[in-house]
Design a protein around this ligand. Sequence first.
Ligand SMILES: Cc1ncc(C[n+]2csc(CCOP(=O)(O)OP(=O)(O)O)c2C)c(N)n1
Length: 606
Amino acid sequence: MAKTKKLPEIKEPLKMLLSGNEAIALGAREAGIYFGVGYPGTPSTEILETFARIPGIKAQWSPNEKVAFEVGIGAALAGSRTLVTMKHVGVNVAMDPLMTFAYTGTVGGFVFISADDPELHSSQNEQDNRILARFAKIPMLEPSDSSEAHDFMKYAIEISEKFETPLMLRITTRISHAKGIVNLEPWPVPEVTGFKRNPERFVMIPQYARKRHTEVEKRIISMREFSNNSPLNRVEPGTGNIGIVTGGVSYNYVREVMPDAPIFKVGMSNPMPIDSIREFAATVDKLLVVEELEPYYEEQILAAGIACAGKEYFPIEGELNPDIVEAGLIKAGALDGSTSSVHPVGFNVLPRPPVLCSGCPHRPVYQALKKIRADVFGDIGCYTLGALKPLNAMHACICMGASIGMADGVQQVSGSKKPVVAVIGDSTFLHSGITGLLDAVYNQAPMILVILDNRATAMTGGQQHPGTGFTLQGEVAPQVNLFEIVKALGVKRVYDVDSYDLDKTIEILTEASEIKEPTVLITSQPCVLYPEKLPPQPFDVDLDKCNACQVCLHIGCPSISHIDQTTEKGLHLVAIDPDTCTGCSLCDQVCPEDAIFEITHEHAPV
Ligand SMILES: Cc1ncc(C[n+]2csc(CCOP(=O)(O)OP(=O)(O)O)c2C)c(N)n1
């Protein structure tokens, strides 16, 4: 495993082209943050990966977001400025410590990133986490580009320490991944004071927590005043009698479409700068609100008795873009629509829906599960792609860790005749699958759990976790043994499965489905991309034997495709792309005509 390369230290001001995620990581270092912790999840992952490459700091992955948040709390209570990173659904997992950490408050500045994913580019839902910051009564900042993502980190630490509170920095996919110029400054020496006891503040038993709740309410009032006067919220004067309140990525779209409009740009969005917005509203005839997803600004502005309109003209679902914003502004009467300021790129990007890689060790498991006609409860990871055509082999999937509980629940009430199977990846099992399995053992659910142990958090880019044996930096770490965990939870039958051996996998699944208690299969083949590819011994098709039955195409391997040559009935024969075939042999195993063979030296052209 290659160790991550450190970045050079920044000793004098420097301009760099950075993604929002990189900008946050470097901004964190500049803001004196010493400790970073998180759990991977698109679009947040590169923040901690970049932060980990900075010399003189500490960074680590946790098994899930709740743990990451709690480790972060510990670091912050020990006086370290702290960064915690996660995607939007990760905040759901971390919500329990967050809600009460808001009461104790922090010692070292504590910034956690909620990287939201409007349009569900890579997520199971598109919740708007701005609502969660308001719910937790903590401050929230919303940068609009890489430069602000960097600069807001310093403000974030200042605000967090001034009000002794955790702070949410909320970004969205386009902010995370788009690049922009950032002005970097030399790094300060990070300081850590050490933990100082203060039980009335840090031990949240009811008699202390009641007092802390009062502090939270006082804090929100003083933060409101702060927000009204903060340079993070600003008026950009313009021409015309329609004013627009916007923030985050939407600000860029509004500016592109209406470069001269008067804008109130929200940068600190909890508490909302309502008094400043009221003053701005008084300078225009009509106030429009342009924001992605929920009417978060709009509802608070309306609740303050300020007339405005927003979701009437702009969608509540999906991402905004300049086209959508322009259309909404035309509908709202802010633009006449005779000329468009949107410059279409002139071509459509080819859609590339995700597929399991050639040679993915998850693929044969689905083949086997179809064979035993199992009801399959899935989880989140590369293997969720088993739900799509042509595999169609997953029948429910909700959130990380849910597969086991769902399969357990089905069996508690229905006693299904079909085998009931949960499939979960290794990272997801360690994230939140263990307690589900504990429940299945405790309540004796007759179900099969397949742990797809590819030794990687593959879906998000192959990050390390406690089962891989390496740290975030690629240093050797203790490697947890899944087999022993499962045994320790009380599972009596645990099978090792080489998923590339299809017949054996079907045989073990068939045997396991006869057992009337929770049974676990752990697959052993590593991800084809991490840590390294299989030796390339591609397979080929003997066109004299191929009768175009299409069975191999139904395994959904991207290396197999139709060719022009047809049978007498006009059915297309198939070919295997030797450059992408990894030699996993699944197509060979399913071919009923024995028409697929491994290319050996004997077959290789001379
Ligand atoms: C609460 C939450 N955190 C993070 C993610 C992002 N995410 C999606 S799948 C996944 C883990 C995938 O790893 P694994 O379970 O090992 O399956 P693999 O992709 O390797 O097959 C992560 C971290 C998420 N969807 N939900």
